[in-house]
Design a protein around this ligand. Sequence first.
Ligand code: F42
Length: 329
Amino acid sequence: MVKFGIELVPDRPVSKVVELAVAAEEKGLDYVWVTDHYNNRNVYITLTLMATSTKKIMLGTGVTNPYVIHPVWTASAIATLDEISGGRAILGIGAGDRATLEGVGIKWEKPLTSVKEAVEIMRKLLAGEKIKLEGEAFKVAKARLNYKPSRVPPIYVGAQGPKMLEVAGMVGDGVLINASNPKDFEDAVKYIKAGAEKAGKDPSKIDVVAYTCFSVDEDSATAKEAARPIVAFIVAGSPSQVLSKYGITDEAANKVREAIGKGDIKGAIGLVDDTMLNAFSIAGTPSEVTSKINELLKAGVTQVVMGSPLGPKKKAAIDLMSGIASKFK
Ligand code: F42
């Protein structure tokens, strides 16, 4: 059965973010994923408050990275969150955001190897075992937690590129794919499957998560308006081969980039057309987004995450999403 989650960005007072997690639980959603950027509120402090304010909903980092925080520390944080939440922690990890990392002087070296080795280290520690690893990214001479966690929480890998999707298939229990268009998932599933098979795992056991740019409202135009700013930044940050897949020309994307470069965000938003919206978001009325969700499921998605902006009003969007999710149960 398909699962539904919500992505929450701790870019506002934590109490407000926790309120949304509580609403998501009350409305029957299955997962809360909290993004991790050092320049927002701290991911683990936010998740801890969510754990003490909710009872059922699963709580994950969506996603942390092995560069800012060493995997031994992440393993300890997730084990603690799992204890506090009564077995509801999920560990989402990815390569991290290159620009942010370089801004603080961290070199973004060997992203595939770093994620793969980090997962190996964390799985061992979460299983209560000792780890010794002479890896390419990490050298761990001797590490172990001083207690045995009651379980190894599921580990999800954030991935977009073919090689990272393959790594996710090899080492992950799930994959968080930052995309909204069914076309992206048809390809992604092939890479995940190849990775799982290489590692001798059953690919059908891997949770394939669409981590979408999502906006829902009773009024289609209002929903789309709310998604435009995020889509403008996605268009500006996407390489030509991704844009051309959707019939978006370099010329059109360059105009958006120029506007953002000049700080004219309003102008950039005005340049986002329906082709761009359709390529990079799920935005519209409940019936419009439901048909897009159906297409995602056909492409192999097993969990749909309603990501930023959620809608013009976040709580109202959670209400609408709850109605949509209940039709799939
Ligand atoms: N990043 C954050 O910082 N915070 C978040 O909260 C966050 C959430 C999130 C959710 C879902 C999701 O999918 C991604 C998310 N991200 C977040 C972004 C994430 O941290 C990564 O930046 C993003 O997923 C990286 O993109 P990617 O999966 O495509 O991987 C990168 C590294 C890439 O370029 N991959 C390529 C590929 O094909 O997969 C190839 C890279 C490659 O091959 N590089 C070297 C080589 O020579 O082969 C590496 C060699 C080696 O050993 O590693």
